[in-house]
Design a protein around this ligand. Structure first.
Ligand SMILES: *Cc1c(COP(=O)(O)O)cnc(C)c1O
Length: 398
């Protein structure tokens, strides 16, 4: 028998897997399941980007590229940071990886020594704690709730810093809560991070999907000192509906970016050459697609959140960005259906899948058991019908 290594034995299976598998099975059996589980835009990649990929194939861009990305794409990324964030980077301070997820994975591998602590505000993106652990680090979870609109404060951050703390993760706008920090909120957090000598891991992948003012400030843009302490993560997956193309990028001080590039040179090598040319078109071509998608999400956001708040016992704060509603369902935990107890968010998600035929992700996947994540990357019709079904099913609980 082939036995996996100990570090993999401690890698937890995603708690969302069981629900996703069940939804799939029910769909295959002909049930009309409404899906609020999606972690990606329901839009197709824009035509000009697809064309650029076809042209790349025809032009023979089908060989290895420089490990950290083609020069043209790096230049486009540098230009993006200048245009959108007022940040100046050199090519040595930028790396292109196989998705933002891969760039983050690379960072934790090169940043952490065994036992180094990383502060992870909860609710967190599912991959943050396992990535930290796989790199030998220790995730230190800081809980947040509606009282701070699911945002970390300088005070809660400072209280958690120990001599072993190496970094803090800020994901704004956030998956799963949609929380986005204003510059006024980021400033004191940046101050606390600098005081503690921390590296700031700033996941800005939803930067372009914000629905209110002041939700798209890059941590690195606050001051030159912050730029030296921050690694920024972004990518084309969410902004350009390109999740399958696997292109993300990071920018930061050249020593850390060079280390990430060395690691990448010994693992994946370059991200797909064709996808890089497509990403170049995404960043430098017409941008109207992004605004069209953002407006569409903005409409759905209102419909979803108002719908959730109309259900008795459910409350949901208005998310400022991304495409998720994070609804408080605590009132329904501990209830029963036909004598079987709904103990936690997984039980409730399972119940809603079976009884309401609506799929969503239980909050425990994000480190918060009293909530559910409902994605509004779906049609308005699905939102209206799904909300009705959820309301009716919850009404049957005793
Ligand atoms: C989707 C997502 C990413 C990265 O996605 P990639 O497809 O790997 O670029 C990173 N962080 C968060 C919070 C996300 O939701």
């Amino acid at each position: 028998m082939i036995k996996p290594a100990r570090r993999i034995a401690t890698l937890e299976e995603s708690p969302t897997l069981a629900i996703t598998a069940k939804a799939k099975e029910l769909r295959a059996r002909g049930y009309d399941i409404i899906g609020f589980g999606a972690g990606e835009p329901d839009f197709d990649t824009p035509e000009n980007i697809k064309r650029a990929a076809v042209r790349a194939i025809e032009a023979g861009h089908t060989r290895y590229t420089p490990v950290g990305g083609i020069a043209e794409l790096k230049e486009a990324i540098i230009e993006k940071f200048k245009r959108d964030n007022g940040l100046d980077y050199t090519p040595d301070e930028v790396i292109v990886s196989c998705g933002g997820k891969h760039a983050l994975f690379n960072l934790f591998q090169v940043l952490l020594n065994p036992g180094d602590e990383v502060i992870v505000p909860a609710p967190y993106w599912v991959s943050f704690p396992p990535m930290v652990k796989l790199a030998g680090g220790v995730p230190r979870i800081v809980e947040t709730d509606e009282t701070t609109a699911f945002k970390l404060t300088a005070k809660t951050l400072s209280e958690k810093i120990t001599p072993r703390t190496k970094a803090v993760i800020i994901n704004s706008p956030s998956n799963p809560t949609g929380a986005a920090y204003s510059p006024e909120e980021l400033e004191p957090i940046a101050g606390a991070a600098l005081e503690g000598g921390l590296t700031v891991v700033s996941d800005e992948i939803y930067e372009k999907l914000v629905y209110e003012d002041n939700g798209a400030t890059s941590m690195a843009s606050l001051s030159n000192e912050m730029k030296q302490s921050t690694v920024v993560f972004n990518g084309v997956s969410k902004t350009y509906a390109m999740t399958g193309w696997r292109i993300g990028y990071a920018a930061g001080p050249d020593e850390i970016i060079k280390a990430m590039t060395r690691l990448q040179s010994q693992s994946t090598s370059n991200p797909t050459s064709i996808s890089q040319w497509a990403a170049l078109e995404a960043l430098t071509g017409p941008q109207d697609f992004v605004e069209t998608m953002r407006r569409e999400f903005s409409k759905r956001r209102k419909l979803m959140v108002e719908g959730l708040n109309s259900i008795e016992g459910v409350s949901c704060i208005m998310p400022h960005g991304a495409f998720y509603a994070f609804a408080n369902i605590k009132a329904y935990l501990g209830r029963t259906f036909k004598e079987s107890a709904i103990k936690d968010s997984v039980d409730l998600a399972t119940y809603l899948l079976e009884e309401a035929e609506v799929a969503m992700v239980p909050g425990s996947a994000f480190g918060n058991d009293s909530h559910m994540r409902l994605s509004y990357a779906c049609s308005e019709e699905d939102i209206t019908t799904g909300i009705e079904r959820i309301g009716a099913a919850l009404g049957k609980l005793e």
